[in-house]
Ligand binder design. Structure first.
Ligand code: FES
Length: 261
């Protein structure tokens, strides 16, 4: 402990500085707690109904590669094969780092508030925090996941016919839920700080040629999303949880999926 430490939470602030960290811990625990529970359930049938596929079970790797079934240990659910990638993307996200360094690690919990002193903290150069540097690699995977979820959204318009002989176009509440999830996830992923750097970083002249001008335009669009990265982080976490919950409830007969047309 530092000699001049006043103790955890000591501050002269009179505002509700503790409210942000408390809400953040509650939100992260609920969101990631639910997704961990859903991932360990193991039965993909609960995340799949009619044309709907939960984002927790997409892509359905064991359906695409049945030979994996014999190789993967029985305790590894289909969701666990997938979730390490979006999970790693979120865990190393610049916004989430700020959120859990403050709210969970309390280093410090808020500006001008005494935090937990970590004498041995050496930055992000050593294990385990060196893993934060993998964010850009998770980002490449996350962009691929957006393409897969958009494909799932397209498939959510095609309902099995009553006699099971084919599919017909339709829109259900689940279609809309999956569409909103795609919008939120896209806005979160495409506003990533690493992606913004990839598009507009390491360049000295934006106006020099057609390619750099195009990069500048794209960088401007990513920047608009990036400015609200925290908002999209929470919207997309909530929408992934809700989409899985909705499809699970419909698959178990607890909710009825209303067809809009
Ligand atoms: Fe948040 Fe990349 S910085 S997703």
């Amino acid at each position: 402990m530092q000699e001049n430490s006043l103790g955890l939470g000591a501050t002269e602030r009179k505002d509700l500085w503790w409210l942000g960290p408390v809400l953040t811990v509650a939100g992260l625990s609920l969101g990631f707690g639910y997704l961990t529970w859903a991932a360990f359930l193991g039965d993909p049938a609960h995340g799949h109904w009619g044309p709907y596929l939960s984002p927790v079970y997409s892509p359905p790797l064991l359906e695409w590669f049945p030979s994996l079934t014999g190789i993967v240990p029985h305790w590894v659910s289909p969701a666990l094969l997938i979730l390490w990638a979006p999970g790693g993307f979120r865990a190393t996200c610049y916004y989430y780092r700020k959120a859990y360094y403050r709210a969970a690690f309390m280093t410090p919990p808020a500006c001008a508030v005494e935090g937990v002193p970590y004498k041995d903290y050496k930055g992000e150069k050593y294990f385990p925090f060196i893993l934060q540097n993998a964010h850009r690699f998770f980002m490449y995977l996350a962009v691929g996941f957006i393409a897969i979820l958009l494909y799932d959204f397209y498939k959510a318009f095609w309902f099995p016919t009553a006699d099971g002989s084919g599919t017909q176009f339709g829109v259900g509440v689940g279609t809309l839920v999956m569409g909103i999830n795609c919008v939120f996830l896209s806005n979160y992923t495409l506003g990533c700080h690493s992606l913004r750097h990839l598009i507009g970083g390491k360049i000295d002249c934006f106006s020099c040629n057609q390619f750099t001008r195009a990069r500048y335009k794209l960088w401007g669009k990513v920047t608009i999303l990036n400015e609200n990265h925290m908002l999209w982080a929470w919207c997309s976490l909530s929408s992934v949880v809700f989409t899985d919950f909705y499809i699970r409830m419909v698959a178990n007969g607890i909710f009825t999926d209303f067809r809009i047309f």
